[in-house]
Design a protein around this ligand. Structure first.
Ligand SMILES: [Zn+2]
Length: 271
């Protein structure tokens, strides 16, 4: 797992599988008299998760070594299982998600845990316990989530799936967008997703990308605003041309072709 610092308050850990990203954000609290050098006051959230057991095992130590405050809670950009595993690193922590994601988790209880088990079986991975999501808190989106003396901005981000949110960290000019704007994965209209929803989300994200110093996609390396804007244009173009779209140049390996085939089928079935 690779860990990079984007800002004194933002770290990104990237899983060795699927380059799934996990963003760790802290915010001090000037109301508690914290100095700029940072005692461990304030709050800290972990957004999404790495996947492999050893990566989850060291996550708490990553926060500790960075001198971040103790964890206040977990956030997930959407309900796909590969983004929901942080509770295995922080048992007992509450999970905050968009109302749309909470609805999906309620409608499909046990699906994330079952899909994780299938993944682990396929790759011969052992975990100490099964996935339990514990207390899930539905957050109004669009809206805000308080952190220290600041707040995270929450924006709807559906289309890849039926649910989801993107998180804007204003003071670090960082966008954590979930499964959009990936340099390694083409737009994926998965079950419950839609092309129209996906395009609407990209339009919504565009204004944030223009102001962003860093864009953290759900999969792949962290982008600067210029690169993210280029991927956004490529993705709009790809989606608009489905089912006859060409794959973007840098994303046309076998895994991306398989996603493309599924997209074509889904778009054809709906037209
Ligand atoms: Zn994903």
């Amino acid at each position: 797992m690779r860990v990079v610092g984007l800002h004194r308050d933002v770290l990104v850990a990237t899983s060795r599988i699927w380059q799934t990203t996990c963003t760790i954000v802290r915010r001090g609290d000037s109301r508690s008299g914290e100095t700029a050098t940072g005692s461990r006051t304030g709050e800290c959230f972990v957004i999404d998760s790495p996947i492999l057991p050893d990566e989850l095992d060291v996550l708490a130590a990553v926060l500790e070594h960075a001198g971040f405050p103790p964890l206040s809670g977990l956030l997930a950009t959407h309900a796909d299982w590969d983004h929901l595993l942080a509770r295995m690193a922080f048992p007992g922590a509450a999970l905050g998600v968009a109302e749309t994601t909470a609805a999906r988790l309620t409608a499909e209880p046990g699906v994330a845990a079952r899909e994780l088990r299938a993944f682990d079986d396929e790759h011969y991975l052992d975990r100490e316990s099964p996935l339990s999501l514990g207390q899930v808190q539905a957050l109004p989106v669009p809206g805000h989530c308080a952190i220290g003396d600041g707040e995270l901005e929450l924006y709807p981000a559906d289309g890849h799936t039926a649910d989801g949110m993107a998180i804007w960290i204003e003071w670090a000019r960082t966008l954590v967008c979930g499964d959009y704007l990936s340099p390694v994965e083409i737009p994926w209209i998965s079950q419950g997703g839609s092309r129209d929803g996906y395009l609407a989300t990209l339009r919504r994200l565009e204004a944030l990308v223009e102001r962003a110093s860093h864009v953290v996609p759900g999969h792949g390396q962290v982008l600067d605003g210029v690169r993210a804007a280029a991927i956004l244009r490529e993705d709009v173009n790809y989606l608009a041309k489905l089912p006859d779209a060409e794959l973007p140049l840098a994303r046309r390996g076998p895994a991306q072709r398989a996603i493309h085939e599924a997209n074509v089928e889904r778009v054809r079935a709906r037209s």
